[in-house]
Design a protein around this ligand. Structure first.
Ligand code: ZN
Length: 423
């Protein structure tokens, strides 16, 4: 097809889609992918979120400390305040590349000059839906703008990524023409945006493979999570040949959000043996920081950073974990600076309850195990949460009170109330 040069040939030498010597699945063409995190742009676009300057700086510093190599930090065309914030982040001189998001128009390019970012994403719709019904223009006119504005951005000193908005609903032949046009006038990267979040992993892999074979431009995937597939689609893009991916901390972003940074980092490492250079030990702190700044808590079961994802209750699992954590461990929590947590609940067994009380400094007697399990089950059914340490203590004290009263009842034949207290 279009472009084929030595870089592409070099990349084709790498292994694709087969087990390596260790038996692990080496699915990708290369072992390193660049994360271009957009928490500070698409993440902030999530309805109702507005970071302060201080929050944006703190998040940028946190991402830099974690080793994220690129950040998209805002939209210059939003005005002076946004430009000031972007400039403040640029002035930190963090060891990473900073990008601004612009529409493919003169005014946005002019605004970007006030920020000092090294690179801009010049975004333009490439689907007929958006070209006709959002811009009111034609495919030819879009190509004309690409030819005019990319050189103008280069002259202004920017590196350029051409953002193909709504690429997932576009004619792929046209996307390829857009890529070729952009490259011919100096763009170094194409962003393939699944703007409305309608892709699925198998077609993503096919499309990226096709784009990769036709061009040696940097290829970036921008996924949205409307069908819960943002991470899967991001992985599939890497599988197909993406060199760059967009993420956001905690998966913030328009509507259902973008691909979560934390998922991309650990999934690429463990499932594809692809490194991002990001220190996974800092992901929890980043998640906490962004939860506070955004006012959006992640769910208890949110993968990687959710409070409950290393918490175990079911008796069979806990028994297995106590014997050897690897029995029920897909991801080692130590990699995130976390640890397994065993809690008591409806599905707990005797071994778990003994273990939990031992941690509280109480060695249970055999007769105490079943009544305490019953008290825990009653509690979790009623309150829909696991009991805290203080509550476990109370159960134990209730049980200890109960024993002499049972003896008293046996002697006196006094009836017991529903609450277990002797009248
Ligand atoms: Zn987006």
């Amino acid at each position: 097809m279009m472009i084929n040069n030595s870089l592409d040939n070099r990349r084709n030498d790498a292994m694709t889609g087969c087990p390596d010597n260790s038996g692990k699945y080496s699915a990708t063409r290369w072992k390193q992918v660049v994360i271009d995190d957009t928490t500070l742009r698409d993440g902030e676009q999530s309805a109702g979120i507005a970071f302060t300057v201080e929050e944006k700086i703190a998040i940028a510093q946190g991402l830099a400390a974690a080793g994220v190599p690129e950040l998209e930090i805002g939209i210059p065309a939003m005005g002076e305040e946004e430009q000031y914030t972007m400039r403040a982040i640029v002035d930190l001189r963090l060891p990473l590349k900073l990008l601004g998001w612009c529409r493919l128009v003169d005014a946005d390019l002019a605004a970007a000059k006030n920020t000092g970012v090294a690179m801009i994403d010049l975004s333009v719709p490439v689907s007929d839906q958006q070209i006709r019904h959002k811009l009111g223009r034609t495919r030819k006119e879009v190509l004309k703008d690409i030819k005019r504005l990319i050189p103008k951005a280069l002259d202004a000193g920017f590196e350029v990524c051409l953002g193909c908005e709504d690429a997932s609903r576009a004619d792929l032949n046209y996307v390829q023409i857009v890529m070729e046009t952009a490259q011919n006038v100096g763009a170094r990267r194409i962003r393939f945006a699944d703007t409305v979040g309608i892709m699925e992993p198998f077609s993503v892999a096919d499309i990226f493979r096709m784009l990769r074979e036709g061009s040696d431009l940097e290829l970036e995937m921008h996924a949205h999570n409307d069908f819960g597939l943002a991470s899967a689609n991001t992985m599939a893009a890497v599988y197909g040949g993406a060199t760059h991916i967009n993420t956001t901390v905690n998966g913030l972003g328009e509507r259902a959000g973008n691909a979560p940074l934390e998922e991309a980092v650990v999934a690429l490492r463990h499932l594809y043996q692809v490194e991002t250079g990001v220190d996974s030990g800092r992901l929890m702190a980043l998640s906490d920081l962004v939860q506070r700044a955004s006012g959006r808590d992640v769910g208890w079961q949110k993968s990687v950073v959710g409070e409950g994802v290393f918490t175990h209750e079911a008796g069979i699992h806990v028994d297995g974990l106590i014997k050897d954590p690897r029995n029920y461990q897909g991801l080692d929590p130590a990699e995130l600076g976390r640890s397994h947590s065993l809690v008591l609940g409806k599905h707990s067994g005797g071994r778990t309850i003994r273990h939990c009380y031992t941690e509280l400094g109480i060695e249970l007697q055999v007769w105490q195990v079943d009544p305490l399990l019953q008290m825990v089950r009653t509690f979790t059914s009623q309150y829909k949460r696991v009991p805290q340490h203080s509550e476990l203590h109370n159960f134990y004290l209730q049980l200890c009170d109960f024993e002499p009263l049972v003896l008293q009842r046996d002697v006196s034949k006094t009836p017991i109330t529903k609450g277990g207290r002797v009248q």
